[in-house]
Design a binder for this molecule. Structure first.
Ligand SMILES: Cc1ncc(COP(=O)(O)O)c(C=O)c1O
Length: 378
């Protein structure tokens, strides 16, 4: 049997990881500023993470949601504290798409409406409704096509106001990434997020803050939407939550009341996933990783602003987009194969930095030097 061939891959086999470094099968070291797509939050093979998961596995790996799982309550409490949402409710699932799917569905159960406002450049996942709210017709299968989703231009207050004036009573939810990831590291204006909050409140529409990529401390605040000083009704999260162990969740406002059977999952909230997520939050708290993300992010962004030949630097904290001109489209590849540094990308020519939240100055400087080397002479 062969694999279903859906990913363009680099010819590198990563066999080991440690902190912000990974190693291939030949023993070559790489600096990892990509974190397997924003997933590695506390660094590869963190000792506390290994210990917590190993202990749990030696005790109990899985039992279903039909019994009490105190680890879930511990996770809810810690997440409520760290995210500043103590009165919210936690629903655990397994991935980012699933988190958004449940968020959109829950919103519709709440207000009985069908329309969803999403934005140009958005990526919300590949399940049915999440992909319909994703601005990429290529990955929307005919069976996922729906006229429930209205796409508006990102950061356009007027278009938003007009949509609400015309259809406000039929809109169930607005879903927005605080910083668009796949869309090329585009930060939602704080005023725009505040406007969404005002309008969704006025029309009893659910505000869904997709924090799958930009959340969990990455932006220098727990949720990137926090920079705008607003409270969303539902926050979806996944990537950094388990540091590689598959887990997703939605944090739900107390105004949304659950009923039995409304949402459900077999694997969501299992013992091992909770142990992984607890290890991540405990480490984030102990090592002050949100503060580190803010500081290292500021440092990188300031330094990058001094570079020639960069079209634009975008982002907040450790979610940084470096837009390069067309003639520098080989830089990402050269960083990987010549400097042995993993970075992410976005179309057309954006280098995405999504390192572990405990990345240090040494790693940042190594990247800055490598980038300088790659672009000098142009
Ligand atoms: C903002 C955002 N939402 C949702 C998803 C989907 O997450 P998953 O791949 O875990 O389903 C992603 C994945 O890249 C994402 O970046």
């Amino acid at each position: 049997m062969k694999l279903f061939d859906v990913y363009p891959i680099n010819p590198i086999e990563i066999v080991k990881g440690n902190g912000s470094y990974v190693y291939d099968a030949n023993g070559q070291e790489y600096l990892d500023l990509y974190g397997g797509h924003a997933v590695i939050s506390i660094g590869h093979s963190h000792p506390h993470y290994i210990q917590r998961i190993t202990d749990q596995l030696n005790t109990l790996g899985f039992y279903s949601n039909s019994v009490e799982i105190p680890l879930q309550q511990q996770l809810a409490e810690l997440l409520g504290n760290i995210s500043g949402k103590k009165d919210y409710q936690l629903f655990l699932c397994n991935s980012g798409a699933e988190a958004n799917e449940n968020a959109l569905k829950l919103a519709s159960f709440y207000n009985g409406r069908k329309k969803v406002i999403a934005f140009k450049g958005a990526f919300h996942g590949r399940t049915s409704l999440a992909v319909s709210a994703t601005d990429n017709p290529k990955i929307i299968a005919p069976v996922n096509e729906t006229d429930h989703v209205i796409f508006l231009p990102f950061n356009d207050e007027e278009a938003l106001e007009q949509a609400f004036a015309e259809q406000g009573e039929t809109i169930s939810s607005v879903i927005i990434e605080g910083i668009q990831g796949v869309g090329g590291i585009r930060v939602a204006n704080h005023r725009f997020l505040q406007k969404i909050r005002d309008l969704t409140t006025a029309y009893d529409v659910i505000f869904i803050a997709d924090s799958v990529q930009c959340g969990y401390g990455r932006s220098g605040k727990f949720y990137s939407h926090d920079h705008a000083g607003i409270q969303a009704d539902i926050y979806s999260m996944a990537k950094g939550m388990g540091n590689g162990f598959p887990i997703g969740a939605i944090s739900i406002s107390p105004k949304i009341k659950p009923w039995f059977g409304e949402l459900g999952t077999t694997f969501g909230g299992n013992h091992l996933a909770c142990a992984a997520a607890l290890a991540v939050l405990e480490t984030m708290e102990k090592e002050q990783l949100i503060e580190n993300a803010a500081q290292m992010g500021d440092y990188l962004i300031q330094e990058l602003k001094g570079f020639d030949h960069i079209k634009e630097i975008r982002g907040e904290g450790l979610m940084i987009g470096i837009e390069l001109p067309e003639e520098l489209n080989q830089v990402k590849k050269e960083l990987l194969f010549k400097n042995h540094i993993f970075t992410g990308e976005a179309k057309p020519n954006v280098i995405r930095l999504l390192p572990a939240l405990n990345v240090g100055k040494k790693e940042a400087d190594r990247f800055l030097e490598a980038l300088e080397e790659r672009i000098k002479g142009f």
